[in-house]
Design a protein around this ligand. Structure first.
Ligand SMILES: [Zn+2]
Ligand SMILES: [Zn+2]
Length: 303
């Protein structure tokens, strides 16, 4: 029997190999978007099964130590945290209460414009169409952000994503299909300090909640900050964040939901969204685990 040079069998077929012939080639391996539909469906099924098992596990509520499931907040703590954003009309572009957005807009100067809520929105000119946050950054839920970022407790990312998902589901644009989650890239210094990017951890857990895919490689940092963001004012933050990010050509025509941990002035979100729009993203929204209250907002007025 003649040896077939195309034979890729692992055992010898009896015929001598032809001198100088190439070793049998393995069939090309496919991955990611090129994988056959059955493999993508299997991977999605396994991911959803794992998310279901995680959600069923009994754990302690990270804030009150009461009974909860899957490292999330208990019902009472989740309601309290979400209530920080309820009860007053909020601007969909900057996610501040409309009256607080008016004051912040006045402080921001001429760049503030009439926002979608009729307020003097400080982000009316932002290159994203909406900002949605999980809760207002104040006690006790701010502990979740501090645990993730300062104490490196990755389980806090699950509770943050749960709160954020609750609010995203209420947004009218979220009912449309084909949104992709893109975390804001961390600076090299913070990656070295923590060993992970908090925004990427939140995006990963949020993907489990919303079943939207995450694409971390679609946005990268091309310039490192000179000073720590928390020490800078609004204008300095804008200058520090400008041209700091570059988006991959793969974002062209996509609907991108940019994920960050805390939005304060919005300077980082503006710079990252700008990079996405310049690379051709069709739509950009910003999802923040927490939103700092505006100066003059309810937290300030209560003092
Ligand atoms: Zn609780
Ligand atoms: Zn606004």
């Amino acid at each position: 029997m003649a040896h077939d040079p195309q034979c890729a069998g692992s055992r010898p077929c009896g015929a001598p190999a032809r001198p100088g012939s190439d070793p049998p080639r393995r069939p090309p391996q496919l991955c990611g978007p090129h994988a056959p539909p059955w493999r993508r469906a299997l991977a999605q099924g396994l991911r959803q099964g794992a998310a279901f098992l995680r959600a069923c596990l009994a754990t302690d509520c990270p804030l009150c130590r009461g009974a909860a499931r899957g490292a999330r907040l208990c019902g009472e703590c989740a309601r309290d945290a979400s209530a920080s954003l309820e009860g007053m009309r909020r601007c969909p572009r900057c996610d501040l209460p409309a009256f607080a957005a008016m004051r912040t807009g006045a402080a921001a100067g001429p760049q503030a414009q009439a926002g979608p809520a009729g307020c003097g929105c400080p982000l009316a000119q932002a290159p994203f169409e909406a900002l949605v946050s999980g809760f207002e950054y104040r006690p006790p839920a701010d502990q979740l952000v501090l645990r993730l970022k300062n104490r490196l407790q990755l389980s806090a990312a699950g509770a943050l994503a749960g709160l954020l998902a609750r609010r995203v589901r209420q947004a009218p644009w979220a009912a449309q299909p084909d949104w992709w989650l893109v975390p804001v890239p961390a600076s090299r210094a913070s990656l070295l300090r923590r060993g992970f990017n908090p925004a990427a951890e939140i995006a990963r857990r949020l993907s489990g909640e919303l079943h939207w895919p995450v694409r971390g490689a679609w946005l990268r940092r091309v310039r490192e900050p000179r000073a720590k963001q928390t020490r800078l004012g609004r204008r300095q933050r804008q200058l520090a964040a400008r041209d700091a990010y570059r988006a991959a050509p793969a974002v062209r025509g996509r609907k991108v939901a940019l994920v960050d941990d805390v939005v304060t002035t919005g300077a980082t979100a503006v710079a990252a969204a700008q990079a996405l729009r310049e690379a051709g993203a069709a739509r950009v929204v910003v999802l923040a685990a927490a939103r700092t209250p505006a100066p003059g907002g309810p937290a300030d007025l209560a003092k």
